[in-house]
Design a protein. Structure first.
Length: 312
């Protein structure tokens, strides 16, 4: 049923929403930006047969290559002159296009050089003697990525960077890649909420445990899928399965399904029907949500390696 919905509604929506410059905005008719373009491309790359969307895919790749800045990063919008977290998304999807290897290598180098400022040795020293040091229990020696360069480590941008690093062949990675990955993985484990799952940033503040959220939890689990036997993964997957009955958003449901599929977990049959949700509110104003639905209920899942398969 969901596969039919994806075929009859989601694919046509994505194809019709592409802009003349080859990119996608967050909604049809909006200015093309890197983030929605990456998600649309991920979805279209899974289309069957692929020849039907080849022109759209090539246009999307051209848009991304043109949007890359001279330092290797990608900006969040065409008017921005500085790169940000979407560099991870662009590198990830451009791995599917052989001619984009130099662009990916430049982007991965930029990511390796982008260190969060909140976890520098000087900041950690100041925090040790600060009266606010008890407000949060996180270990600032672990370092991930922020939404913007030189700021603070957050769960989702760190997860996207780790996915890009994990999917990239070794020859496209700079020498410092392994160190960055290990620090970022430690940061994600450190930021997990006490009962499993992740929120946007801190697992405990003022002595109170943070509440996990579906979307950060999904991206963190996908970023750490090469360690499926760790207790943190088991706890977080169990939390995700427990809250599924209360999840109403189509984007959250699609991402949860992607995550559970990746870990070889069964999808419960009693979840909301996407067609029913669509008939109530026509939620497809969002390009990323439509793309996630395609990836969740499409016929192929090759866009992301499984947690249960051994990587080479």
């Amino acid at each position: 049923m969901e596969a039919d919905f994806v075929q009859s509604v989601c694919w046509p929506f994505l194809q019709s929403a592409q802009n003349a410059d080859g990119g996608w905005g967050f909604h049809p008719g909006f200015v093309s930006r890197v983030e929605p373009t990456c998600w649309a491309l991920h979805a279209l790359l899974q289309a069957s047969p692929p020849a039907q969307v080849e022109e759209a895919i090539l246009g999307g790749f051209r848009f991304l290559r043109m949007a890359q800045l001279s330092d290797g990063a990608w900006p969040s919008s065409p008017k921005e002159k500085a790169g940000c977290w979407v560099t991870s998304l662009a590198c990830w999807v451009l791995l599917s296009e052989k001619g984009s290897a130099p662009a990916v290598a430049a982007g991965m180098k930029w990511l390796c050089d982008d260190w969060p400022r909140d976890s520098t040795p000087w900041r950690r020293l100041l925090r040790r003697f600060s009266s606010d040091r008890e407000l949060s229990t996180q270990n600032d020696s672990y370092r991930g990525w922020g939404w913007t360069p030189g700021t603070s480590s957050w769960v989702e941008p760190t997860s996207f960077a780790l996915i890009a690093f994990g999917e990239s062949p070794q020859e496209l990675l700079p020498p410092t890649a392994n160190r960055r990955r290990h620090l970022a993985e430690a940061m994600l484990y450190d930021r997990m909420c006490p009962g499993g799952g992740w929120n946007c940033g801190n697992p405990r503040v003022y002595g109170v445990a943070g509440e996990p959220l579906v979307i950060p939890t999904v991206w963190a689990l996908l970023a750490m899928r090469n360690h499926p036997d760790r207790s943190e993964a088991a706890m977080s997957l169990e939390w995700l399965e427990r809250v599924l009955d209360n999840v109403q958003g189509p984007g959250s449901l699609a991402l949860a399904r992607i995550c559970l599929q990746c870990y070889g977990r069964k999808w419960p049959s009693a979840t909301l029907s996407m067609r029913d949700v669509y008939q109530r509110n026509e939620f497809f104003g969002s390009i990323p949500v439509a793309a996630w639905l395609c990836l969740a209920w499409g016929s192929t899942v090759h866009w992301l390696s499984s947690a249960t398969q051994e990587r080479t």
